[in-house]
Design a binder for this molecule. Sequence first.
Ligand SMILES: [Zn+2]
Length: 63
Amino acid sequence: MVIKEKACLNCRTIYLGDKCTNCGETPSSDSFKGRIHIFKSEKSEMAKNMGINSEGEFAIKSK
Ligand SMILES: [Zn+2]
């Protein structure tokens, strides 16, 4: 069984399964580009630029 990773279109979290593990939304993309792992969002410029305020793996670009 292959489970494909998806990127949430709402918050850009990369997750496996039926719905986003971060915000619970279901709209997603499996054609995201790049990924970033945020450890400390409050200290990450990247997270700030992307509007991310939680830990986890996020897609840099999704469509
Ligand atoms: Zn989400």
